[in-house]
Design a protein around this ligand. Structure first.
Ligand SMILES: Nc1ncnc2c1ncn2[C@@H]1O[C@H](COP(=O)(O)OP(=O)(O)O)[C@@H](O)[C@H]1O
Ligand SMILES: [Mg+2]
Length: 203
């Protein structure tokens, strides 16, 4: 059995939802929501999350500002989960509009409901208390571009890191973090390194 239980809902994107871990409030867990409607097989979910874990570790090691990527583990959705999600529906609707997310609120809460009581693969990531309302758009754009330039100098093509999407701002640390590398294209050299399992030395 897993010792990790899913807690408070934090946010969602196009393919994933992110939650605080119960008992470990500074750690969050990313769940691929497509897993719930059998679009992705469980094995495929695990591999995708493991790939993101490896890329996250490599980026952090290379000096890019990303949260700490911890591991891919099984997490449990507690039985009371469906009820707590009901109360968050309006928040999800606002987020969905802000981020131009395709997945409907109904869709997301249905998926989450179907996860209640279940165990799923999740990617543990350091949780950044995101608050972009504290910083001016211009300043955020400046920090963002600076970070993207660093990433690209590593030979990585960034495809979907738009402002207000896949960017977190920690006001307490005054620091920007990049997240969600699913669609980034690594240089063939970096890709080889990852595939060879060299990244294991970072663990
Ligand atoms: N480390 C984190 N700290 C705080 N919030 C996060 C973190 N990782 C993801 N999130 C939240 O979860 C959302 C979805 O995660 P993301 O990795 O972008 O998945 P998707 O592939 O669905 O876009 C993000 O937009 C953000 O709101
Ligand atoms: Mg995203």
């Amino acid at each position: 059995m897993t010792r990790y239980e899913v807690g408070e809902y934090i946010g969602c994107g196009t393919a994933a939802a992110f939650f605080r871990l119960r008992k470990y409030p500074r750690i969050g867990v990313k769940i691929l929501s497509k897993e719930g409607d059998s679009f992705l097989s469980k094995g495929k979910c695990k591999r995708k999350l493991q790939w993101e874990l490896a890329v996250g570790k490599l980026l952090r090691k290379s000096g890019i500002s990303v949260p700490r990527y911890i591991g891919v583990v099984k997490v449990k959705f507690p039985e009371y989960f469906a009820q707590t999600m009901e109360t968050r529906k309006s928040q999800i609707a606002i987020e969905k509009d802000a981020k131009n997310i395709e997945m409907g609120v109904q869709g997301l809460s249905a998926i989450i409901k179907s996860l209640t009581g279940k165990v799923r693969w999740g990617l543990l990531i350091e949780l950044v208390e995101n608050d972009v309302s504290i910083i001016s758009k211009e300043r955020l754009a400046y920090y963002h571009q600076r970070e993207i330039d660093k990433v690209e100098s590593l030979g990585i093509t960034v495809r979907d890191s738009k402002l207000a999407r896949n960017v977190l701002w920690s006001s307490s640390r005054r620091k920007l973090y990049l997240i969600d590398f699913e669609f980034w294209k690594l240089s063939s050299e970096l890709e080889k390194q990852l595939k060879k399992g060299l990244w294991k030395t970072f663990f």
